[in-house]
Design a protein around this ligand. Structure first.
Ligand code: ARG
Length: 569
């Protein structure tokens, strides 16, 4: 596609003799399109050219007039404002729409680079609760966005499947566990056992001693201990998989913390050899004063390692195994300090790739009081929230069937697509660092800035295309698209790739969410004001191709968020 900005920079470079890339950085996008599509501040040249900026602007305008793809250049004080030519824009954009199809907005920016996106990472034998929704959905979207830009992505679920608590789990199971009960309702039952042993251990030292012994056995590969642990892990994973299937979230690896337990000692030895460990009250710590961070414990006084030690081993393994370009951790902001320490330690160890380890934090999600009855106690299971969303949409659709008297043949599937999509959309609508309260009414509404609204707009475009007998292979006259909304939509199509690039740079899927929501709004306005299926066939074809392009972009945008785009709603 034509690159208008590049074009302008080239022209400016030719006339001023300055570096094109330098000029490129100075070209701005005015907040108001009335001021032009691009602006160049000439005062940045005043010093080198020893001239008044307004005069420079005037002279450059005269020299640049008639430039390809630019309709008009306007001098506004020390600014040169460029208005792009709508016909050039339309021709370029529509050509890309036809040629790129599913790859619209894509690029090969990441070619040859492997990126790790680590997300979700629940702890086994613990509930997969509402708090996990954020890492799971944000992480999955980041993965999709990187893929669209040509990166090779490894999606890793860093399961919490290691730690002394598994000694307690085994001891509790051996005392009170009942296989049949556990098989039926694994996680709540395992949680019950864990809560019970913690409580009873307060009074009973033997429980603690036995648990410690079980953990020791587990670490040394004792058959019974390992097979019980494996069983807890399998049961948990089976429950997690059910939620991942609902969410259409997939991983390339489930290597969890336990995987690195073997590599941990190697990492600890390396830290020792590099002279970084000091003893502190029996524990082995690393001093991180230099980074303005509190010291990190590497080995506790009882000789056991901790969460952080495992993350050090993990990062080193990942570099060796994947030679990542970036190693991205999608983990809540409560763990900011943990990841700062991890990076600092890797730096101390002399790894120049430490800065390629990136913590992508996010704020908290909470549910309004009393909106959900839970299976057990205070924990809100994510699966229950998702089912509830689907049920609510199902109710809305049933009501619709009753009022319209029309039966849908895919009501269940649609309820799933819209319900799950709505939850994801709300999750990805704001800057990730912001806390938010789960709001059922807003999430599931078909109006306003919601998933159902965008999905509905997409379906609306689809039926319009069907009704108009749209055929993508027919050539169109792009110069017929001249209205304000047509220009806006063309600009949106033109800018789609850049938004995806920005969103990947900042690890912010909400850029995409907002963008496609805007497109849906502009389209709906357009559709209200402009007849599409007009008698003039050439005009009709041009408008339909535009609609097709926008529909395609919205579908791809939804896909980058992990949201489905039903054809009919
Ligand atoms: N399992 C941890 C938790 O639930 C999250 C793991 C985050 N990833 C990491 N590499 N430390 O809090």
């Amino acid at each position: 596609m034509i690159d208008f900005k590049e074009q302008i920079a080239e022209g400016l470079a030719r006339e001023t003799g300055l570096e094109k890339n330098e000029l490129l950085l100075k070209i701005e996008t005015p907040p108001d399109k009335k001021m032009g599509d691009y602006a160049f501040p000439t005062f940045t040249l005043a010093k080198t050219m020893r001239k008044n900026p307004a005069i420079i602007a005037q002279e450059l305008k005269e020299k640049l007039e008639g430039m390809e793809g630019i309709e008009q250049i306007v001098v506004a004080g020390p600014y040169l404002n460029f208005f792009i030519d709508t016909k050039t824009l339309a021709e370029n954009v529509l050509k890309a729409v036809v040629e790129e199809g599913d790859r619209f907005g894509a690029s090969n920016l990441g070619e040859g680079k492997t990126v790790i996106v680590e997300y979700s990472s629940p702890n086994i034998a613990k509930p997969f609760h509402i708090g996990h929704i954020r890492t799971t959905i944000i992480g999955d979207s980041i993965k999709r966005i990187y893929k669209h830009l040509g990166y090779k992505v490894e999606a890793i679920n860093h399961l919490g499947d290691y730690g002394t608590q598994f000694g307690m789990m085994i001891e509790a199971y051996k005392r009170w566990g009942d296989d049949e009960v556990i098989e039926k309702n694994a996680i709540p039952e395992l949680v019950k056992l864990y809560v019970r042993i913690n409580k009873e251990a307060e009074e009973d030292q033997e429980l603690l001693d036995n648990s410690r012994e079980w953990f020791r056995k587990l670490e040394s590969g004792d058959e019974e201990a390992v097979s019980l642990w494996q069983w807890f892990r399998d049961l948990s994973l089976k429950e997690f998989e059910r939620v991942y299937n609902m969410l259409d979230v997939e991983f390339d690896s489930f290597r969890g913390e336990s995987y690195y337990s073997e590599l941990m000692m190697k990492a600890v030895d390396e830290i020792k050899e590099k002279g970084l460990l000091v003893e502190d009250q029996g524990a082995q710590i690393i001093n991180l004063d230099k980074y303005n961070l509190p010291p990190s414990i590497i080995i506790k006084s009882d000789g056991s390692t901790i969460y952080l030690t495992r993350d050090i081993a993990t990062a080193i393994f990942r570099k060796e195994h994947y030679d990542f370009y970036k190693n991205i951790y999608v983990v809540g902001s409560q763990q900011n300090l943990h990841f700062q320490q991890l990076k600092a330690i890797l730096k101390e160890m002399g790894y120049d790739w430490a800065d390629d380890c990136i913590h992508v934090p996010f704020g908290m999600v909470s549910l309004p009081e009393g909106t959900l009855s839970t299976r057990k106690g205070k924990v809100v299971y994510l699966e229950d929230v998702l089912n509830r969303a689907v049920d609510k949409v199902e109710d809305i659709l049933k009501e619709r069937e009753e009022t319209s008297g029309m039966k849908m043949d895919n009501r269940d599937e649609l309820a799933h697509q819209v319900g799950i999509g709505a939850v994801k959309f709300q999750e990805l609508f704001n800057q990730r660092i912001k806390d938010y309260v789960f709001d059922w009414d807003r999430t599931l509404s078909f109006d306003g800035e919601t998933g159902p609204y965008v999905q509905y707009t997409h379906a609306r475009m689809n039926s319009l295309l069907e009704k108009g007998g749209f055929d993508v292979s027919r050539p169109v006259d792009a110069s017929l698209l001249t209205s304000k909304e047509e220009k806006e939509l063309l600009q949106k199509l033109y800018g789609f790739n850049q938004v995806i690039v920005d969103s990947h740079e900042k690890y912010e899927p909400y850029f995409v969410t907002r963008y496609i929501t805007d497109c849906a709004k502009i389209f709906n306005k357009y559709y209200t004001n402009t007849p599409i299926l007009v008698d003039d066939d050439a005009l009709k074809q041009a408008r339909l191709l535009l609609v097709y392009g926008v529909k395609n972009m919205i579908r791809i945008g939804l896909d980058l968020l992990g949201i489905e785009a039903p054809d009919k709603m």
